[in-house]
Design a protein around this ligand. Structure first.
Ligand code: PEP
Ligand code: MN
Length: 281
């Protein structure tokens, strides 16, 4: 018997659907969350926000506080980054997905985020997970890079047990013996977690592979596996990006990809949540 209870499929007959205004995650339509790894400048985030909203995308991602492996790497624009996310959200009507790195930042990030992202490195920060359980906002819980599926579901259990039922799980690749790619995208985990839990599961093919050319095949594979959405890193100038440029696709690549995501979704009797139908270029 698995240790998790509230997040288990057996606990709840219907799949959990997260409602965000007139948009939902976990229903028939797949959500597409796109944006840069990090908010870098006003010009950068406005350009990306404008472009993705023109494609019909409704959710923007972008880190204001970045958990970087090296303390010498760009750490994010912090409060200024949150302000910029707030601006593009108002200007283009986009919902904001941004990471909250610890309890001390929760109040600040809460005001700007529509979905609070919990990073892979924080999946096992149990005290923090308990705090997120007290919050009335959806939490996007990334899988720890070396977490088993059970540990991941137990992390979600911490949040739910403390009162917050709005949890979206995100598969973002794990560490394995193979170092050919930054991470090994665990596609089967998507299907398995959909079986084990009633929570929506999305996939991050950017972090999941760490390589721009892998984003398209991993996106298509994730939809086939039953993902309820995708979180994709996209940049107007990936070669200039201050973080994760190598795994960020170009805006024109995202535009080309969308109709194929739509076709792939149709194969599993779903569609993608966009403001307009994607056109094949
Ligand atoms: C990110 O989404 O930019 C990120 C830092 O992801 P993860 O926590 O999965 O490494
Ligand atoms: Mn990133």
């Amino acid at each position: 018997m698995a240790e998790y209870r509230l997040v288990a499929r057996s606990h709840k007959e219907d799949p959990t659907v997260i409602q965000l205004g007139d948009q939902s995650i976990g229903a028939q339509e797949l959500c597409i969350i796109a944006g840069p790894c990090a908010v870098e400048t006003e010009e950068q985030i406005f350009e990306i926000a404008k472009n993705i909203s023109e494609l019909g995308i409704k959710f923007i991602r972008g880190g204001a506080y970045k958990p970087r492996t090296s303390p010498y790497s760009f750490q994010g624009l912090k409060k200024e980054g949150l302000n910029l996310l707030g601006k593009v959200s108002r200007e283009f009507g986009l919902k904001v997905v941004t990471e909250v790195m610890d309890t001390s930042l929760l109040e600040q990030v809460y005001d700007y985020a529509d979905i609070l992202q919990v990073g892979s490195r924080n999946m096992m920060n149990y005290q923090f997970l308990k705090e997120l359980g007290k919050v009335n906002k959806p939490v996007l819980l990334k899988r720890g890079m070396s977490a088993t599926i059970e540990e991941w579901l137990l992390a979600a259990e911490y949040i739910m047990l403390n009162g917050n039922e709005q949890i979206i799980l995100c598969e973002r690749g794990i560490r394995t013996f193979d170092t050919s790619l930054r991470n090994t995208m665990d596609i089967a985990a998507i299907s398995l977690v959909k079986e084990l839990s009633h929570l929506p599961v999305i996939a991050d093919p950017s972090q999941g592979s760490g390589k721009r050319s892998m984003v398209r095949p991993m996106s298509l594979a994730s939809i086939a596996a039953g993902a309820d959405g995708l979180m994709i890193e996209v940049h107007n100038q990936p070669e200039e990006a201050l973080s994760d440029g190598f795994q960020s696709i170009y805006i024109h690549q995202l535009a080309e990809l969308l109709p194929h995501l739509q076709k792939q979704a149709e194969l599993v009797d779903r569609s993608i949540l966009l403001n307009k139908r994607p056109e094949i270029a």
